[in-house]
Write a protein that binds this ligand. Sequence first.
Ligand code: FB9
Length: 536
Amino acid sequence: MEWELSPMHLLRLRRHTQDDDTLSPFLQLDTFKMAVHTPVPVPASDGGLDSAELAAELGMEHQAVVGAVKSLQALGEVIEAELRSTKRWELTVEGEEIAREGSHEARVFRSIPPEGLAQSELMRLPSGKVGFSKAMSNKWIRVDKSAADGPRVFRVVDSMEDEVQRRLQLVRGGQAEKLGEKERSELRKRKLLAEVTLKTYWVSKGSAFSTSISKQETELSPEMISSGSWRDRPFKPYNFLAHGVLPDSGHLHPLLKVRSQFRQIFLEMGFTEMPTDNFIESSFWNFDALFQPQQHPARDQHDTFFLRDPAEALQLPMDYVQRVKRTHSQGGYGSQGYKYNWKLDEARKNLLRTHTTSASARALYRLAQKKPFTPVKYFSIDRVFRNETLDATHLAEFHQIEGVVADHGLTLGHLMGVLREFFTKLGITQLRFKPAYNPYTEPSMEVFSYHQGLKKWVEVGNSGVFRPEMLLPMGLPENVSVIAWGLSLERPTMIKYGINNIRELVGHKVNLQMVYDSPLCRLDAEPRPPPTQEAA
Ligand code: FB9
């Protein structure tokens, strides 16, 4: 559809673009086709013009002008467009209404007849409440509390000036600067006025300014090359800064992002990762090797997932098993043991490991076979399975993080020291240790940290010194002691990502968008605020 410029506008445009045809490129853009029936603004001294003024002049949405500026910018150096932000005063919706209908207090004043009006009635008026108190403070009206049928409101003055309406109309007329700071802030306090920041473009001629916009080629086609037509065709300049389309790539699950940070911390502390690639474990390595008695409650169906097939572990190092059997049933190494009839069948039962401490037992046993003893620092981060009551923070499986240090003469003090170093790298500095109990460590401690965000002490792990009844049957030297600690991967990840229900982090209910959008959260940085609805 070709558009017609009325002679008058052609003239004005010609006149304006005569000596400075800043506008002509605009005029060729569709966005303007329908709008060129209103006068266009005069380009400023530096030949530029403000996109907001242009929109106001053309009576069109500023956004449309911005759209035109952007498409002209995309054409290269046709125009310069410098983004500016100007603050200006705008009436709020209520401000607009008062500018039209008058202030609440003025309306109240006008609604009071000479014989006065029952206050109860006046309060029922739409502007009653707000208007009454304002009119009172303006000493326009008074209340006769002793009136016969209840408080009655009367005018005090014959007429009043609705300053509020006048000032709002001034602003509406673009003369906000006529108001004093005090008047403006009073209107802002009454939420009738708001200061808005308007992002506008200062548009001026570009180095490739021309009134005829020739479509720039964006592709160099084989025909152009074979015909040589590329020589006289304008090509759109390459924008090497343009963001490429993000390749649809895989995303690491937040748990794996945090796992890699824990790995980093352990490696920095000189720890070596233990192999944990076996979810299925024998009761022997998961419990017996850890001196956990066969009648211990954790060893029954309620806490542990036992396997029907393969039900039994066939390969067990029998010489070591004998020593474990004796330690459990009769004791030894200075321990009285548990004095019960230890059964090999019980130890052979296969299960889903309930902790990665089973992997620590295997690693320490392998270490004990290597003579002479060399101190080691081991860690593991992998899945463990517990038949527990499910709740918002517990699933039947989680990732256990475990650290183990074996050396001569290690004490509880060493354990506290390495825990402080470890948690400090997690950004957790305030630690408290609480005596605890584990079948395989004595002494044992639960570790607590004060959490700024949650304003409370949070249990951040468990720890202890492995019992000699566990280490000596393995063949480790007398004076070697082993300190160890454990925590989960899920808890720190939930806290870091502000997730309250573990089902939002793990499992079929996880919203994959959360995985895509979850940035790398530095463990030692302030936790992220929880995702707000719209963000979810
Ligand atoms: O992870 C846990 N809490 C935690 C850890 C870090 C954290 O970081 C925040 C960013 C700041 C926040 C919280 N816990 C251990 C404590 C509790 O959550 C606890 O209720 C749940 N525990 C799990 C077991 O639940 C039955 C977390 C899991 C756990 C507990 C103990 C061990 C490992 C994991 C262990 C051990 C151990 C002890 C001695 C020797 C070797 C291993």
